[in-house]
Design a protein around this ligand. Sequence first.
Ligand SMILES: [Fe+2]
Length: 249
Amino acid sequence: MHDDHPGRQTGQDPGADGTTRPGSRRSFIRTGSLTVTAAAIGAAGASALTPSAAAAPTTSVEEARRAGRPVPLTPACGGHETPSAVEGPLFKPESPARTDVVTPGTRGVELVLTGTVYDTACRPLPGTLIEFWQCDQNGDYDTSGFSLRSHQYATGRGTYRLRTIVPRDYTGRWGTRTPHIHVRVQTPGGPLLITQIYFPDTTRAYGRDFAALNAADQFFNRSCLIALAGPTGGAYTGAFDFVVKTTAP
Ligand SMILES: [Fe+2]
């Protein structure tokens, strides 16, 4: 459940998902260039680049799949619907149609997210509308524009691709929110799925402790974890497949 605050859609409140966060800003800083360096990953992440950390996966999910290697945490289609989650107050309709929300002004740790939309019989669903929205590297949502907001239609194979950044945690009306991406999935003629997808405990970005943040978030759902690989060259590759109901026989 959620309670909308229309004013927040117009940028009157700088907070994310409903509550002012000290130091947060009304909209994104639009200067500078995309930062995908160890500095963005954070001091904790940089110091974690030890020999033991170097053993962490460095190949992309796509490479692993092509090589026939298992990808840990990949949410394989087993016919189980992707769980729904609270929409929150900061969804905006009519976002731009695009598969890349990284602009010259975007800062943060890059993420290329891919996946497939399936029905509960694990059949791909071409043409499915997928809408993404998220906060930035500071935990702020763009309430006056459409930064880090987009929609796209699944390809003829039911696949999608989004180039974005890893969002940051924030404190909102529901307390600590671990980094997450909001998603709406609408099959042609089918019911609307509203959900949120999350990052593994081992994710390194902005010097944040994702394990602690995940543990502290009342909405966090491990069945909605992105299968993450990297970072390679400062960028993560992630995979998440959506399984949704349809009205088709
Ligand atoms: Fe959110």
